[in-house]
Write a protein that binds this ligand. Structure first.
Ligand code: ATP
Length: 191
């Protein structure tokens, strides 16, 4: 499959944890057409705002679980606000931003579509469609597993949202079920 990147705008990767978003981008940065500075990662922004690499709030005692979960939400809220400002600045400068986050919530996707529209740049969606069994298998092999419950929840959301994505207003929607033979190429700047 060939994916054609616009010279400016937003690329939304859409897929649950373990669908391989970061891995795919890394291969394209190392040997392809993507620059590291074009990748806007929610995990990286959580670290920027909180020094928190990964927060595992699963299995905590009930009283503490509430606190940890709230803290995770607070960190995510700040991280996403920073990402929005960053992406908007890049759109203003006619740059490409590739968003490495699950993008499973319709409101998140709508926000990026709105930012792009405001600055007259396109948005393309790249859906990473991996089976639940494979997501769970990959999770078990991770240094910090996200946990079965979280993966299953994300997969249900993904299944629900998948059918709406094509109608949300992207310039192109690519559905990737295997990263083998995937070629991501940048369009040349028309200017
Ligand atoms: P998250 O949203 O949690 O950051 P992600 O979608 O970015 O997840 P990655 O971080 O790329 O996923 O990968 C998660 C795990 O799955 C890693 O252990 C990685 O090695 C493995 N993985 C990623 N892509 C593949 C693949 N195509 N085949 C097999 N394993 C893979």
């Amino acid at each position: 499959m060939n994916i054609s990147l616009p010279h400016a705008g937003i690329v939304l990767l859409i897929g649950p944890s373990n669908s391989g978003k970061s891995t795919l981008l890394k291969t394209q940065i190392d040997g392809g057409d993507i620059k590291q500075s074009e990748v806007i990662s929610s995990d990286a922004f959580r670290v920027f705002v909180s020094d928190q690499e990964f927060m595992d709030w699963r299995g905590m005692p009930k009283d503490e679980a509430g606190y940890a979960k709230d803290e995770y939400r607070a960190i995510s809220k700040e991280a996403f606000a920073m990402m929005d400002a960053f992406i908007e600045a890049r759109c203003r400068l006619n740059k490409l931003s590739i968003i490495d986050a699950t993008n499973l919530q319709p409101d998140d996707r709508k926000r990026y579509l709105h930012i792009a529209k405001k600055h007259h740049v396109p948005v393309i969606a790249v859906i990473l469609d991996v089976s639940e069994a494979e997501l769970l298998k990959r999770d078990a092999g991770r240094e910090h597993p996200r946990g079965k419950r979280r993966i299953k929840q994300q997969y249900q959301t993904f299944k629900r949202e998948k059918r709406f994505i094509k109608k949300e207003g992207y310039k192109a929607v690519y559905t990737v079920d295997s990263t083998e033979d995937l070629h991501i190429r940048r369009q040349t700047n028309p200017l």
